[in-house]
Design a protein around this ligand. Structure first.
Ligand SMILES: [Zn+2]
Length: 375
């Protein structure tokens, strides 16, 4: 049986600079593809733009669809603060491996690739395993969206999104919809405001309206309340003029059952009396599986020995490729977010991952693959 050392693979993946923008995941994808092809997987590459390469690796096949594991290769930029550790050299210190993407989420990819390679021969005669390794997650899930929109995804019966959760299985996350709201007016000299029409004053009223906005669903049993935050504001060019334009951006985090197109229409209707225009600028759906789902219960059982006790149903704060991939697989499959990275370290300076957790993840993923494929 072939063996991939998941710690060494994490360090190798860290050496590919996949900071997004610009991402440029092709070389990283090809390296992973070569490892998986060697192990017997059929590998296909899909580029949504030049060098923005996702890969799908599959093995096995039966009436029962395969289990799917997913991870993204791109990372966020390093940030303004200096790093104490090289962000690409895979430096280690005790149990920690440092680098941009160590937690989010090259360790997660390394863990499921190691488990998938180890089980390749057995999985070939079973429902099988599919790995979807994406480009462009950090800016709007572009890689996963491309795969779903172009109907490239074939079949899967369950989905594991190996984002950083310190190996705790989360049953989903909120959706995210961002809006740009503009008000317009008529400019005039600042000494004669009565002849102008002040766009900033209009915007102040818009913000008041937004504070009173009520979502069509006010709460979710596991996720809690949907939220709305005004994140940026811009307007006016000089103090001695009446501003004729103002703009805000609004970040909403939604729960299952809130449709983002409908939400956009509700905001338009609310703000139309102020003459404001509303435009949706980012749209990621929520991801959720009922905790009573049979496979979710199996995942909880399998994770229990690695945690302080049996997991309870929880959702994670960040969003993932999972929502788009689930849609691409027909929208009905159960999904969990489960991976070795430390959620608090995602996007941080001197990001690191525990190598013990990476090994634990390989154990967990191997068990989930064996359980699904009965091998
Ligand atoms: Zn991530």
């Amino acid at each position: 049986m072939a063996r991939v050392d998941p710690r060494a693979l994490t360090r190798e993946l860290l050496a590919f600079n996949t900071i997004n923008p610009p991402g440029m995941e092709r070389a990283c994808a090809q390296r992973l593809g070569a490892i998986l092809e060697d192990a017997g997987y059929a590998v296909a590459y899909h580029e949504y733009a030049e060098a923005r390469t996702s890969l799908i690796a599959t093995i096995g096949g039966a009436d029962k669809p395969p289990i799917c594991f997913t991870g993204h290769m791109d990372t966020v930029p390093l940030g303004a603060a200096p790093w104490k550790h090289d962000a690409f050299a895979g430096e280690t210190d005790g149990d920690r491996v440092y680098g941009r993407g160590s937690t989010d989420m090259k360790s997660g990819i390394a863990a499921f690739v190691a488990a998938a390679v180890e089980l390749a021969r057995l999985a070939a005669r079973s429902p099988g395993i599919t790995l979807v390794i994406t480009a462009g997650e950090e800016i709007g899930c572009e890689g996963a969206r491309y795969l779903a929109d172009h109907r490239i995804l074939d079949r899967a019966g369950a989905l594991v999104v190996a984002e950083p959760t310190a190996n705790y299985p989360y049953i989903g996350h909120k959706g995210l919809a961002w809006f740009e709201v503009e008000t317009h007016g008529v400019t005039a000299h600042g000494s004669m405001p009565e002849v102008g029409d002040n766009a900033i004053v209009k915007m102040a009223r818009v913000i008041g309206d937004l504070e009173r906005f009520r979502f069509p669903l006010e709460s979710h049993a596991v996720m809690g309340k949907p939220t709305l935050n005004v994140g940026t504001i811009r307007g006016g060019l000089n103090t001695n003029s009446v501003p004729d334009e103002a703009c805000i951006t609004v970040d909403t985090r939604t729960v299952p059952g809130i449709d983002h197109t409908h939400l956009c229409k509700s905001l338009e209707a609310l703000l139309a009396p102020r003459g404001a225009t509303v435009r949706k600028i980012v749209d990621c759906a929520s991801l959720y599986t009922e905790p009573s789902d049979e496979w979710v219960q199996r995942v909880f059982e399998i994770c229990t020995p690695f945690l302080d006790g049996r997991p309870t149903p929880k959702t994670i704060t960040f969003s993932t490729d999972g929502a788009d991939l689930k849609r691409g697989y027909g929208g009905r499959i159960p999904a969990v977010v489960l991976g070795p990275g430390e959620p608090k370290l995602a996007h941080q300076t001197d990001e690191w991952c525990s190598t013990t957790r990476i090994e634990q993840s390989v154990d967990l993923f191997r068990t989930l693959m064996r359980d699904w494929c009965s091998i």
